[in-house]
Design a protein around this ligand. Structure first.
Ligand code: UD1
Ligand code: CA
Length: 454
């Protein structure tokens, strides 16, 4: 039996007041559409397609960034039924079609599997995933006649009694492809919104089942910024409590935001105001924070990051960094490295046990092991036109306020004298000194003219 998935992502989401399509609005810094695509990926459909519409180029771009998924353009947003019609090809190619809403991010693989099993077992032609929600607002209500599921009524079209029903449509459904293809041309716009409602397919097809999920969150969607905030808060807590179950420690959850895709080992402590995003992986026994932002990084075990901003970098075991450190993309910090205050490192490889203790910029550099940087060192990697690399051998000693003008190489076990600007290769084991001689003027007149407060 072949399965297809159609994710509806064409709506504008006017109430979100955003320049982008609603499905690209983010929950824990991941577009809502991305969450839904993850659920589809988890289930493993034979085909997963996305219907785009409002600002389709932005949605297309995101979909393409996730892989090679077919997209169908809905030129006018005439409703969910019309959106599915655009992707009817998916139903022509498969036996069963699952329709998902790109703006309901908490649908998950387990719910899709459970409803798929029920759909097959029950022999229904359409199965709607539903949930009980307290005081539902904006959702289609599940209408039963003599206990038998007969229709979905949109809130706008509900009688006052129907509006009291708490079992609602999640916007996720399984359709027998043939039944769906027969129903779609029969949809009409005779309703309060004047749109083609996909939900009318229930009455048109008949033989419908409801799969009621135990988890009411799966229906949650966001139509406004407030709704989006609430989704973020729900997701945030779910992620943090999930991490606690895996042995991650939090002293408080204040200001802590962690991506659902991040992985963190046991006995790692996350301190306040720490944001961990993207596909970050953090090992065991680390202390991350306070006030740190770690995005798409791989962090080893026993690492301490205090007030660190790190992006697309690798930080190996036993590194300590901070406070006020920025690690920019392409950086590898090897085992046991110590990075102190006000240090920026970009696109560089810093060898084992090297110390970069204070006020230093390293860009486009390959640094060996056991190197010591004094305070205030700079690799001058950019001449305004091109970028160049700096190479520093094992156990070199880079004196305070050294400027290394790239491309340049400092050999193994060499020293640069404090205050030197190095423009040529420094051979291994040598000392490079670049300094004007010190001139002494004894009893200098101005020393006696300065005002003294005490
Ligand atoms: C829809 C359901 C409602 C359900 C709710 C769950 C209908 C008629 N109603 O309502 O029963 O409780 O979802 O969240 O289906 N879209 C398009 N093209 C369009 C219109 C919408 O692609 O022309 C997409 C949207 O981008 C969105 C999804 O379809 O991802 C749902 O559309 P939306 O307008 O948000 O429907 P709801 O009013 O929430
Ligand atoms: Ca919606």
């Amino acid at each position: 039996m072949t399965t297809g998935c159609i994710i509806l992502a064409g709506g504008a989401g006017t109430r979100m007041k955003s320049e982008k399509p609603k499905v690209l609005c983010e929950v824990l810094k991941k577009p809502m559409l991305g969450w839904v695509m993850n659920a589809a990926e988890d289930f493993g459909f034979d085909v997963t397609a996305v219907v785009t519409g409002y600002k389709s180029e932005l949605t297309e771009e995101y979909v393409k960034s996730r892989g090679d998924f077919p997209t169908y353009l809905q030129t006018e947003q005439n409703g969910t039924g019309d959106a599915v019609k655009r992707a009817a090809e998916v139903a022509e190619q498969t036996d069963l079609v699952c329709v998902l809403c790109g703006d309901a991010p908490f649908i998950d693989g387990d719910t899709l599997r459970g409803s798929f099993e029920l759909h097959k077992k029950s022999g229904a032609s359409v199965t709607v995933i539903t949930a009980e929600v307290k005081n539902p607002s904006g959702y289609g209500r599940i209408i039963r006649e003599n206990g038998i599921f007969s229709a979905i009524r949109e809130q706008k079209d509900c009688s006052p009694e129907e509006a009291e029903i708490c079992e609602v449509n999640s916007g996720a459904y399984w359709f027998d492809s043939k039944a769906l293809l027969t129903a779609l041309p029969k949809l009409s716009t005779q309703n309060a919104a004047g749109e083609y409602y996909l939900t009318d397919c229930i009455e048109l097809i008949g033989n419908a089942f409801a799969y009621k999920s135990e988890n009411p969150d799966i229906v949650l969607g966001a139509n406004t910024r407030r709704g989006l905030f609430e989704l973020n808060e729900t997701a945030r807590q779910k992620v943090l409590y999930g991490l606690m179950e895996q042995g991650v420690e939090f002293l408080t959850l204040d200001g802590v935001i962690i991506s659902p895709d991040a992985k963190i080992g046991c006995d790692t402590v996350i301190l306040p105001n720490t944001v961990i995003l993207g596909n970050t992986v953090i090992g065991t026994g680390c202390r991350i924070g306070a006030n740190s932002h770690i995005e798409d990084c791989t962090v080893g075990n026993n690492v301490k990051l205090n007030n660190v901003q790190a992006y697309s970098s690798v930080i190996e075991d036993n590194v300590s960094a901070g406070p006020f450190v920025q690690l920019r993309p392409g950086t590898v910090i090897r085992r046991g490295v110590k990075i102190g205050d006000f240090v920026e490192i970009k696109n560089s490889d810093i060898g084992e046990n090297t110390a970069v203790a204070h006020l230093t910029y390293l860009g486009d550099s390959d640094v060996g092991r056991g190197v010591n940087f004094g305070c205030g060192c700079v690799t001058a990697n950019y001449d305004g036109i091109n970028k160049f690399r700096t190479e520093i051998g094992d156990h070199a000693f880079i004196g305070c306020n050294t400027n290394l003008i790239a491309p340049v190489k400092v050999g193994e076990n060499a020293t640069t004298a404090a205050g030197s600007t190095i423009t040529k290769p420094v051979p291994p084991n040598s000392l490079a000194v670049e300094r004007g001689a010190v001139r002494i003027i004894e009893n200098w007149e101005k020393n006696f003219k300065r005002k003294r407060k005490i």
